[in-house]
Write a protein that binds this ligand. Structure first.
Ligand SMILES: Nc1ncnc2c1ncn2[C@@H]1O[C@H](COP(=O)(O)OP(=O)(O)O)[C@@H](O)[C@H]1O
Ligand SMILES: *[C@@H]1O[C@H](CO)[C@@H](O)[C@H](O)[C@H]1NC(C)=O
Ligand SMILES: *[C@@H]1O[C@H](CO)[C@@H](O)[C@H](O)[C@H]1NC(C)=O
Ligand SMILES: *[C@@H]1O[C@H](CO)[C@@H](O)[C@H](O)[C@H]1NC(C)=O
Ligand SMILES: *[C@@H]1O[C@H](CO)[C@@H](O)[C@H](O)[C@H]1NC(C)=O
Ligand SMILES: *[C@@H]1O[C@H](CO)[C@@H](O)[C@H](O)[C@H]1NC(C)=O
Ligand SMILES: *[C@@H]1O[C@H](CO)[C@@H](O)[C@H](O)[C@H]1NC(C)=O
Ligand SMILES: [Mg+2]
Length: 669
């Protein structure tokens, strides 16, 4: 009875013991590491791929990766006991950039901790570092699959399997391979990118450690690859963690574990090889593409963004540059308004090569309107005051509707911020001043000059009397007489002086015109009239006949001599013809020259009352009327010649205290 009771107790206690032991982890199997991933922790660059591969390392260089089973494994029944038998098997594969070269390897590891944060990469396989390498306090057991030959660890070659205890200097190692059925050794290459299986067994009784490997789908070889007798009791603690470690170096490589089975006290359960996840094909191109993508795409996109910003800026600037400001009042002139962009392109961006000349009001550029295939002259007038602009534009536009053979046609205008652009027909033969004062170039003969005089006179007459309203030119002078393709004289720039008058303080009057052409009464009253135009026309007549500028500077004394005085002097001597242009040649009509000179003097008479009107001037020029006979004394008699006949000089004109403020533009050439 007692014996029976004793055996029952014995069985019960045995059962209890078994129950207690069974609460400890004895085995686990992973046929692929599928989500949700249970009891596996990963560190470093290790990842688990969506299809269930444990990818210990990716192609990041000089890094480590670890994966551990999270639960501790009881390797000893008591802290001072002997290590129990254990067994593990796993399927792995190593991809390497080069088929003959790799940069590191991987290892199965039994460690006192489920993490190895201090393990160094490359030859240290992520297991140890320089300080703790070889120390017994590590309590690390590992089986390395080493793909580099580290002289410092006495490695046999760059393709070996070794048993490591607290150190990377293997206690035993062998070149990777297996013994087949016929006991023939078959080499294997770890970095072959092929799947391989490894078996590791420790016999707790005999302390024998056996490591075998074989190609995927082959049976476990009967004869192990590496085998050694070594009691692990001093190495392993009671509770340990099992897992894998891998490292990368400077050659791109990837380490995979496809399936893993482990067991304490007994042989690990076989893996279901058919269930294991599929290994991706090593595609360096895509890896490269990936690293290219990673490294360059941010850079390229940044570049792209910068480029985009520049493009936008360019477009915005361009838009602003060519922005058309159209005010309400301008709509009625819509037809006459030209687009700045067109003018910009027509003049090749107001290129200096296209510059025809610059005068008091601005620069004149030559251009070609592609739409009309017409040559144009664009005058850029800067206009600070916007007041009166409307009136001016209205006048310009109305003047633009004039059509007379002796007037330069105005094609349109364009207004932009503080500048006004006036577009005229291009006059291929340029302005008259170039012919008169440039003795080196061809000059016009008297016949041509006389025709130009008549042309200008009829143009001015048209402005004064024939057009629906009286238009005062305000700036008659040689450079505003342009010659068209048939050498017809045409008046240009009419009314422009008006722009400077508009918007100015009514208390002060700006006299705008060109020095030498401004009538004395204009200076006195500050008002431009048809009479002041006639005065300027008179000066122009003298210019054409004498080939001299209205104000010439004598070489010796530097004194300024007025053309009017010059001609007057010859007349007083009774030899007015001596004043004519010496470059005229011989072909000329004496009576015509004499008449022009006298008419010039008469028109530039200082008394506006004494000046003829343009209608009369035309009659004299056409010979319809005879210029009244008058003597020099008739002109001299009227003491209206002012100081200007006796040496012209600005300070004389702008006497202090004078109520007239003069601003004389286009002063000289
Ligand atoms: N329609 C045009 N066709 C050809 N050349 C022109 C035209 N308008 C002006 N020019 C040239 O541009 C030059 C500058 O003109 P402008 O600015 O009016 O100055 P200014 O008349 O005071 O000399 C003129 O001397 C002339 O040679
Ligand atoms: C994970 O560990 C728990 C105990 O902590 C256990 O019940 C479970 O079966 C384990 N899962 C796997 C897949 O091993
Ligand atoms: C490798 O994996 C780590 C961790 O997941 C990641 O940060 C890194 O970008 C990966 N590198 C490459 C080249 O995929
Ligand atoms: C285990 O061994 C240590 C010395 O190595 C000793 O101090 C300790 O008492 C032992 N413990 C048991 C439970 O035997
Ligand atoms: C090496 O690892 C140990 C822990 O095992 C750590 O204390 C030490 O700082 C590490 N040394 C280096 C150089 O990383
Ligand atoms: C296997 O590898 C070893 C060492 O690398 C070499 O000496 C041997 O010739 C190889 N054998 C075969 C069959 O390739
Ligand atoms: C990789 O690219 C090379 C050419 O650069 C090509 O010859 C090769 O076939 C590609 N390999 C793969 C796997 O696409
Ligand atoms: Mg001009």
């Amino acid at each position: 009875m007692f014996f029976k009771l004793f055996t029952l107790f014995f069985f019960l206690s045995f059962f209890w013991q078994c129950l207690k032991s069974s609460s400890q982890i004895l085995d686990f199997t992973y046929n692929g590491f599928h989500a949700p991933l249970n009891n596996i922790s990963i560190q470093g660059i290790t990842t688990v791929t969506p299809n269930g591969l444990l990818k210990l390392t990716n192609t990041t260089m000089q890094r480590t990766g670890h994966a551990f089973y999270t639960n501790p494994i009881r390797f000893k029944d008591s802290p001072n006991g002997t290590v129990l038998s254990f067994s593990t098997t796993f399927v792995f594969a190593i991809h390497s950039e080069s088929p003959i070269l790799s940069s590191s390897g991987m290892a199965f590891v039994v460690s006192p901790s489920p993490r190895l944060p201090f393990g160094s990469p490359v030859q240290f396989l992520g297991l140890f570092n320089v300080t703790n390498h070889g120390k017994e306090t590590n309590h690390v057991f590992a089986v390395e699959l080493d793909t580099i030959m580290s002289i410092e660890f006495n490695d046999m070659n760059n393709n070996h399997v070794g048993i490591d205890i607290n150190s990377l200097e293997s206690v035993k190692s062998s070149s990777a391979g297996y013994w087949d059925e016929q006991d023939q050794f078959k080499n294997m290459t770890l970095i072959s990118r092929k799947r391989m299986q490894v078996w590791i067994d420790y016999d707790g009784r005999t302390h024998r450690i056996d490591v075998s490997m074989a190609p995927f789908n082959e049976n476990k070889p009967r004869k192990p690859l590496v085998s050694i007798v070594r009691d692990l009791s001093s190495v392993l603690l009671q509770d340990m963690f099992v897992g894998f470690s891998a490292a990368t170096g400077s050659v791109l490589s990837e380490h995979f574990v496809l399936g893993w089975s482990f067991r304490v006290k007994g042989e690990a359960l076989p893996l279901a090889l058919l269930e294991l996840p599929i290994l991706p094909v090593w595609d360096l191109n895509s890896t490269r593409a990936h690293s290219f993508y990673k490294n360059w795409v941010p850079f390229i996109s940044l570049l792209f963004i910068i480029l985009l910003i520049f493009l936008v800026r360019f477009i915005v600037r361009r838009r602003r540059k060519f922005a058309e400001e159209l005010e309400n009042w301008e709509t009625e002139f819509g037809k006459n308004r030209l687009r700045f962009k067109d003018l910009y392109y027509a003049t090749k961006g107001f290129n200096d090569k296209n510059l025809l000349g610059s005068g008091g009001f601005g620069r004149v550029y030559r251009g070609l309107m592609p739409t009309m295939n017409k040559e144009i002259a664009v005058k850029r007038v800067s206009n600070e005051s916007r007041q009166g602009l409307k009136e001016f534009v209205a006048e310009i536009v109305s003047i633009g509707q004039m059509s007379h053979r002796n007037i330069v046609p105005l094609l349109g205008y364009c207004r932009r911020r503080d500048e006004l652009l006036l577009v005229y027909d291009y006059m291929p033969n340029g302005s008259l001043d170039k012919y008169l004062f440039n003795s080196h170039e061809v000059t016009l003969d008297w016949k041509q000059r006389f025709k130009v005089i008549k042309d200008v006179a009829s143009g001015l007459f048209y402005l004064h009397e024939e057009w629906e309203q009286v238009v005062i030119h305000r700036d008659v002078k040689a450079s505003n007489v342009l010659l068209d393709a048939d050498n017809n004289g045409r008046l240009g720039d009419f009314g422009l002086a008006q722009l400077c008058n508009h918007g100015s303080d009514p208390q002060t009057t700006h006299i705008v015109g060109t020095l030498g052409y401004i009538a004395p009464d204009h200076i006195r009253t500050g008002r431009a009239t048809t009479g002041t135009d006639v005065f300027a026309f008179g000066v122009l007549l003298l210019e054409i006949a004498c080939g001299k500028r209205p104000i010439e500077i004598e070489n010796e004394s530097g004194e300024r001599v007025l053309l009017v005085d010059f001609v007057f002097g010859f007349w007083m001597e009774g030899n007015i013809l001596a004043a004519k242009d010496p470059n005229l040649g011989t072909e000329y009509d004496q009576r015509e020259i004499e008449m022009v000179l006298k008419l010039g003097l008469l028109c530039s008479h200082s008394d506006p009352q004494a000046r003829p009107i343009m209608r009369q001037v035309l009659h004299y020029l056409r010979g319809d009327a005879i210029l009244p006979d008058f003597l020099p004394s008739d002109l001299r008699g009227s003491e209206m010649m002012f100081g200007i006949h006796h040496g012209f000089n600005e300070s004389d004109m702008f006497t202090p205290g004078s109520s007239i403020a003069c601003s004389i533009l286009s002063g000289g050439r």
